[in-house]
Write a protein that binds this ligand. Structure first.
Ligand code: B12
Length: 232
């Protein structure tokens, strides 16, 4: 054992979270899995682990990626480590026993392979009681339309992380309009480069900054839908 090897169990919560940021940065999958399990054992909620250890760690990776300190292969390792942590948390988030609120189809748009944020939104929506059908990455408009037809969801969610792919959301929404389908669904959009104004401009019902806002917004729309049905 190297002298400087760190025993995760021996760290305080604060030190462990800090160490997990470093391990995520270094793309250390097993360490992230261990850290996630230790925090769970210490009574942390899956949501706190997600946001404080994993998402915050990825935010730091993002800064150094932007600044040319980290490159794609390294960030891929970080992403894999993050996903390993999310895999442990997913069943716990989905296990809340919340009553079924509705159904969502979600996918990353054509040309874009970023899926961590989309997966996180899917997990949180499941945890809140939505059935989630995940179309994965790089989805052309046909995939969305087929899934809407097949799954008859209440909500369509689209994710984009690149300024070059986010305009594709408008292609999907415009096609839905052409086919007379737009008003049958609540369309939520998200991804780091988007904002409220963009959401409005492409004709989405709402832009959601993060997974927690996505859940609240989705619940809100479902409440309105039920009230309308009750009134009508
Ligand atoms: C990880 C990462 C990668 C990984 C992706 C791995 C994976 N499986 O996802 C890899 C290494 C593959 C990658 C590749 C590339 N990347 Co990249 N990547 C990132 C990075 C560092 C983190 C993204 C992430 O996972 N964040 C963590 C999650 C939790 O946050 P999030 O995605 O924003 O999601 C949250 C919200 O946005 C929201 N949300 C997201 N989706 C949705 C959907 C709905 C419906 C709702 C309601 C909400 C919602 O909720 C989420 C949870 O809270 C970002 C940096 C950044 N600041 O975003 C760059 C970044 C997005 N990448 C960038 C670039 C340039 C690229 C490449 C072009 C690099 C290259 N030269 O090849 C390629 C493009 C590949 C492609 N065609 O898609 C740029 C984009 C710049 C721009 N303006 O367009 C960024 C911003 C980095 C930078 N500053 O330069 N990348």
């Amino acid at each position: 054992m190297a002298d400087d090897e760190i025993i995760l169990e021996d760290l305080s919560d604060e030190e462990l979270v800090q160490q997990m940021h470093d391990d995520l940065y270094d793309g250390l999958k097993e360490e992230i899995e261990d850290g996630t399990r230790i925090l769970l054992k210490r009574g942390w909620t899956p949501y706190d682990i997600l946001t404080q250890a994993l998402v915050e760690g990825m935010r730091i990776v993002g800064i150094d990626f932007r600044d040319g300190i980290l490159f794609v292969p390294e960030v891929l390792l970080s992403a894999n480590a993050m996903k390993a942590g999310m895999t442990i948390l997913r069943p716990l988030l989905a296990e809340t026993g919340a009553p079924k609120l509705g159904k969502m189809v979600i996918g990353t748009v054509k040309g874009d392979i970023h899926d961590i944020g989309k997966n996180l939104v899917g997990m949180m929506m499941e945890g809140a009681g939505f059935d989630v059908v995940d179309l994965g990455i790089n989805n052309p408009v046909e995939n969305y339309l087929e899934a809407l037809e097949r799954e008859q969801p209440d909500i369509l969610g689209m994710s984009a992380l690149l300024t070059t792919t986010m305009p594709y959301m408008k292609v999907v929404i415009d096609t839905m309009k052409e086919k007379g389908l737009r008003d049958d669904y609540v369309v939520l959009v998200g991804g780091a480069p988007l904002n409220e104004e963009f959401g409005k401009a492409v004709g989405a019902d709402a832009y959601c900054r993060d997974a927690a806002v996505a859940v609240e917004t989705a619940k809100d729309y479902m409440r309105r839908k039920h009230n309308q049905l009750a009134a009508g």
